[in-house]
Write a protein that binds this ligand. Structure first.
Ligand code: AMP
Length: 466
């Protein structure tokens, strides 16, 4: 129970049955391919140094046309508005198409999702994969797992773009929705299964999903999927007797952060000749985010926040806090202050979480107060600001949180409140992240690092109840 509470997803042990059935996503072509503009810094991605380690890596691609993709996939890529590859795509696509295992690390918002979806769909098309609903049990060729319900849904929506007009059927299943609904979606035919771990294991246990055809196992936010929150679920997944062993499947891992101890854990899931692609440096923050760290005590945080929000006006902002209660309280407080706000955290019903995200996405509520559930992966247009009202306990979480802005070559701003009493141990890794991203390092922050000699950046400093 503690593990779930700590990491923010809601445990469901007995209690009232979940009946929520999410509304179907719009399925007209325009909605499927809806996208936002790449920013002025998109071309600067090309300047980032890429390092590939491992034996005999295939050469990177220069452009989509070099990949020799089939016609429907090329058409879908064009409709998605992708004309140029990002560095992680240049390297990952040929590696995956060569049948190799991959661990890839690239900054937030730089196109990791397409870096695995495009080559997986390309190979499925080559193999003539088609969906069928006439089966007792569905046997997906690809399973993609991610840590939060909203992120896995986003990956599913991205998958729908690339398979448009083909016979490949992607499905998404996640907790907080009616299990029967997940099963019905799967049984209609399933080639690419996007899933959160709990719901995935549940449906496998109900024998609605067979693993024998899995050729691609993708762990998005892989470091998070392998840490103590989800690591056991992942071990369980690969230990099913029907799951092809690692030399008979391709295992692909993507994240912006990859602590060394997690890299070692990851190696157990990968073939020995896997390749490790690093765009920039492992765990580096997105360089398009202007980072500011302010020294603010607990008691002054609220006034400072209001001051900042008032100066921001109606620009879209995510405010991260450390507890679910605080998220609700602050959203209500902002509304009183005439700042339309909503909240997302692990104690809200799934229906409410999706509504909150929708209100934020469409601009109805320009401020979203969030716990760690919104830290990773979410790709929301026009998020100009991230405010860490409370700093997280790990530097990885910090890098992901500020990565909700500055995506796809757009610029963004992140302001973090640093409280000397609680955040001291984050000082040293913060200084490193700031200087690696060519950001100004406050003198006071550097001074604090002298008082904290520990290098352990993973030990939680606070008992966050997300
Ligand atoms: P991701 O890092 O996968 O969440 O992608 C961040 C954003 O960049 C998403 O909105 C993608 O649709 C977009 N994107 C990814 N690759 C490309 C590309 N090659 N060209 C244009 N946009 C892209």
């Amino acid at each position: 129970y503690f593990v779930y509470q700590f990491y923010g997803e809601k445990p469901h042990f007995g209690g009232p049955k979940v009946t929520y059935v999410p509304p179907p996503p719009p399925d007209d072509e325009q909605a499927i391919f809806a996208r936002y503009q790449t920013g002025t810094n998109f071309d600067k991605y090309d300047e980032v140094v890429v390092d590939v380690s491992g034996l005999d890596p295939p050469a990177p691609l220069l452009g989509f046309e070099e990949a020799n993709l089939c016609e429907p996939l090329n058409r879908n890529i064009a409709k998605a508005g992708y004309s140029k590859l990002t560095p992680v795509q240049k390297y990952s696509i040929p590696i995956i198409m060569a049948g190799r295992d991959l661990m890839a690390c690239a900054q937030t918002g730089s196109g990791k999702t397409a870096a695995f979806l495009v080559p997986v769909v390309a190979q499925m098309m080559r193999d003539g994969v088609t969906a069928s609903s006439f089966k007792e049990q569905q046997e997906p060729q690809c399973i993609i797992v991610g840590p939060t319900r909203e992120l896995i849904n986003q990956i599913f929506l991205e998958a729908r773009k690339f398979v448009y007009g083909t016979c490949i059927r992607p499905v998404v299943i996640y907790g907080g929705t009616q299990t029967g609904y997940s099963i019905r979606q799967v049984m209609r035919g399933c080639n690419i299964l996007c899933a959160t771990p709990g719901r995935l294991l549940d449906i496998i246990g109900k024998e609605k999903i067979g693993l024998q055809s899995v050729k691609y196992l993708v762990l998005d936010e892989a470091d998070r999927m392998l840490d103590m929150g989800f690591g056991l679920d992942m071990k369980k997944l690969v230990s099913y007797p029907s799951m092809p062993p690692k030399d008979k499947r391709q295992t692909l891992m993507f994240s912006a952060t990859f602590p060394e101890e997690v890299q070692r854990l990851a190696a157990e899931f990968l073939k020995t000749d896997y390749l490790f692609v690093v765009v920039g440096h492992v765990g580096g923050a997105c360089s398009d985010v202007q980072q500011t760290i302010l020294q603010v005590s607990q008691y002054s945080k609220r006034d400072k926040l209001i001051e900042i929000l008032q100066s921001i006006g109606h620009e879209r902002t995510i405010v991260f806090v450390d507890t679910k209660k605080k998220a609700d309280f602050m959203a209500a407080f902002f509304c009183q202050e005439k700042i339309p706000s909503t909240s997302i955290h692990g104690d809200r019903e799934q229906r409410e979480r999706e509504r909150a995200l929708q209100d934020f996405r469409c601009g109805g509520c320009p401020v979203l107060v969030a716990t760690t559930v919104a830290a990773r992966g979410l790709d929301i247009e026009k998020v100009q600001h991230v405010i860490n009202f409370d700093l997280p306990s790990t530097i990885e979480e910090y890098v992901h949180r500020i990565g909700r802005t500055g995506r796809c070559g757009n610029t963004g701003k992140a302001v973090s409140f640093f409280d000397n009493r609680t955040d001291g141990r984050l000082a040293r890794p913060l200084v490193k992240v700031l200087s690696d991203a060519q950001q100004e390092v406050p003198v006071w922050l550097e001074e604090i690092t002298f008082g904290f000699q520990t290098d352990s950046i993973f030990a939680p400093v606070k008992n966050d109840k997300k």
